[in-house]
Every structure is written in structure tokens, then in C-alpha cells.
Design a protein around this ligand. Structure first.
Ligand code: ZN
Length: 377
């Protein structure tokens, strides 16, 4: 089985490389905006790429940067223009300078003096990456990995608003033959706002407090920014603080979730969760920042479960959006449709008398529902 995998490394460019990267951002923005504006004036269908050479002749500085990056930008523009015609998608917007900057470049091979070269090379042993025009740049990340096997597809070089540089490399990897494990252990998981994950084994994983604290700090800063004079010195100071707080929230959340999911997938063979759509509809929680985190977390949890189980030959099922997991008694199957209040933390069964934590009860029901799917398939 072949799968696309993304690797994101921190980049450590030297002074000259920083200059060239920033120049490339500028040239990509220039090219993209040029063709977008031109297209708005005259939207007859044509291949924009054929006009790049002409633009480069008129603006020689465009020849100093990775030309593949310029072509990628044009292809993206053509795609979004096409998308707009067919699906009524959002019209493409001009690229701006004061947001996250990035450019993409594709993997290419060429032969020179009988020797084969490729435009992007990763050397994990020496922690270096070779990128077009930039040459070798130091990288950090995936310190446990000795090598990456697979075909490099493309690389995206970016500069976060925090001023740090990164490269994301997409690689088509050959994974082990997709042999399914003999399932022995099954687990159901319930996703929630207070307790992020509750399992049918009775385990609870909470949302890390610091993520919520940071999220609240973030909202405070955003309010502050809206009161500040646009483009003033303090405005940009607040903007940078926001970028840093945002990065902290995102990274700590990602790390936390990955750890939990790794453990769950390692210990179980059949994993069942709810469909993520269910949870999106629940907006009873007054703490908005907690809810924001939960929304983003649910998405990454389901996504991680999907491909981690696939990679390890395990099974992942999602139960139907309308499956009433919190209304059914997990011991006798009695259904109490009156249970709607999400503030009641205990499930009490009128039929058999079972008293159980609401989320654990739900996760057990989810587990059984997933098992049904497993044996049907
Ligand atoms: Zn019961």
C-alpha cells in the first residue's frame, strides 16, 4: 500500500538563504497577483503558464529565484480559477505580505554530465535538506528517524508569523503489506468537551488546562488588537504575541492528542468512535474557548485514528451521527429517550438500576455499535 505522508521540519537557513527565501516569497506573490489581476480584467481561457517567460523577461529579478515555485503558484491559481467556474468556490484572493508566507516547489530530476540529480534531497543522517537555489539547509525534527523511504513529491517552505522557518515535505511512502491483525481487543471512545476522550475501559483523558489558558490569553490579545491603531508599532507587537500564543496552543494540543491516540491504537485492535459531525452540533457549553479547542481536537482525533489504524492493520469504525449513545443503557439495552440534559453526569437506568458515568456508558454503547459494523463487514 502506498500513502502520502507529510514531514514538517524546522529550517535553519543562514543569512544568505534567509534573504533568498524572503525574495522567493516576494516573487511568488508578485507572479500570483500579476496573473490574478490580469485574469480579472480579461478572463478568456488560456494557459497562464505560457506567459510566465514573458513576465520573467520584463522583470529579470524573477529569474533569481526557484522558477518551479513560480510555476507552482500559477498552477494553484489556475486551479482555483477553475474551481470557481465549476463549484462556485470562493474567488481567489490577492496574496498579502503580512500573513504567513510560503511557497511550494516540486520534486524534479535532471541529468547533468551523465550524472543524475534531484531538486530536493533529504539527508536525515546529517540533518540537512537540499532545496532548489538554496542548497543545503540545516533541519530539525523526527530525531528518532534514521531515514525516509519513498518518493519525494514536493516541498513547501514557509515562514510563520513568529519568524521561524519550516519546510513540509510530502512523500509517497511504501508501507508494509496491508495485513490485518487478528482482532482481540476492542475499545469504544466518546469525545467530549470537559473530558476530551472517555473510553469503554473507563479511562478519561482530559483537555490539557494550559491549552485552555492559552486559548483565553489568545482571545484577550485579539480584543486588544482590535482596539489598537492599525499598523502602529504596538499593533504589530500584539500581532506577534498572538502568533506565538497561537503556535503554543496548536503545538501542545497536537502533542497531547498524538500521545493519547498512539496509546489507544497500540493497546487495541478494533477502535470505534462517534462520527465527528455529532459533536459539532452540540453547543451547550458556555465556555467558548473550551469548545473551540474541542472542535479542532475532534477533527484531529478522528483523522489520526483513521490512518494510524490503517497503517497498523487494525480496524476503525465510526458510529452513525444519530446513534443515541447517551440514551441507551449499556447493560440491559433499555432506551430512555428522555435523557437530553448534558449536565447530568450519571446515567441511571430505570429498567435494571445501573448507575454509571454518563460518558463511560456512551463509550460502551459506541463500542458495541462498532462491533456490529465489524461483524457485518
Ligand atoms: Zn439497564
Amino acid at each position: 500500500m502506498k500513502i502520502y505522508k507529510g514531514y514538517k521540519f524546522r529550517l535553519y537557513p543562514d543569512k544568505k538563504q534567509i534573504e533568498l527565501i524572503n525574495k522567493t516569497f516576494g516573487c511568488v506573490r508578485f507572479t500570483y497577483n500579476y496573473f490574478l489581476l490580469k485574469h480579472q480584467k480579461d478572463n478568456t481561457k488560456r494557459k497562464l503558464i505560457n506567459e510566465l517567460k514573458e513576465l520573467q523577461e520584463q522583470n529579470p529579478f524573477l529569474k533569481e529565484v526557484d522558477s518551479c515555485a513560480l510555476r507552482c503558484a500559477i498552477f494553484k491559481l489556475e486551479d482555483s480559477l477553475k474551481g470557481r467556474l465549476s463549484k462556485k468556490a470562493e474567488p481567489p484572493a490577492l496574496k498579502r505580505k503580512y500573513v504567513k508566507q510560503s511557497y511550494q516547489t516540486n520534486y524534479m530530476t535532471y541529468t547533468y554530465n551523465g550524472k543524475k540529480y534531484s531538486s530536493i534531497e533529504i539527508d536525515l543522517k546529517n540533518r540537512k535538506i537540499k532545496l532548489p537555489k538554496l542548497g543545503q539547509i540545516g533541519i530539525k525534527g523526527y530525531h528518532n528517524k534514521k531515514e525516509i523511504n519513498g518518493d519525494i513529491i514536493n516541498a513547501t517552505i514557509s515562514k510563520e508569523t513568529t519568524g521561524k522557518y519550516y519546510v513540509s515535505v510530502i512523500i509517497l511512502e511504501d508501507t508494509l503489506p496491508n495485513t490485518k491483525v487478528e482482532p482481540k481487543k476492542v475499545i469504544g471512545i466518546d469525545l467530549g468537551i470537559k473530558d476530551l476522550i472517555t473510553t469503554s475501559n473507563g479511562e478519561k483523558f482530559v483537555n490539557k488546562k494550559y491549552a485552555i489558558i492559552n486559548e483565553e490569553k489568545l482571545q484577550r490579545l485579539q480584543r486588544k488588537l482590535s482596539n489598537q491603531e492599525r499598523n502602529s508599532k504596538n499593533y504589530f507587537k500584539t500581532k506577534e504575541k498572538i502568533a506565538r500564543a497561537y503556535a503554543t496552543v496548536k503545538n501542545s494540543r497536537k502533542h497531547h492528542i498524538t500521545n493519547i491516540i498512539n496509546k489507544i491504537v497500540k493497546d487495541n485492535d478494533i477502535i470505534v468512535s462517534e462520527n465527528l459531525e455529532v459533536k459539532k452540533m452540540i453547543t451547550v457549553n458556555k465556555n467558548k474557548s473550551a469548545k473551540n479547542i474541542a472542535d479542532a481536537s475532534f477533527y484531529s482525533i478522528c483523522n489520526l485514528l483513521k490512518w494510524k489504524t490503517k497503517l497498523q492493520g487494525k480496524y476503525y469504525y465510526q458510529v452513525d451521527t444519530y446513534f443515541p449513545s447517551s440514551q441507551i443503557c449499556s447493560r440491559c439495552g433499555y432506551k430512555n429517550l428522555k435523557i437530553k440534559d448534558l449536565n447530568i453526569r450519571t446515567y441511571t437506568c430505570k429498567n435494571c438500576g445501573l448507575e454509571i458515568d454518563r460518558d463511560i456508558n456512551a463509550s460502551i454503547n459506541i463500542m458495541f455499535e462498532g462491533l456490529k459494523q465489524h461483524y457485518k463487514s
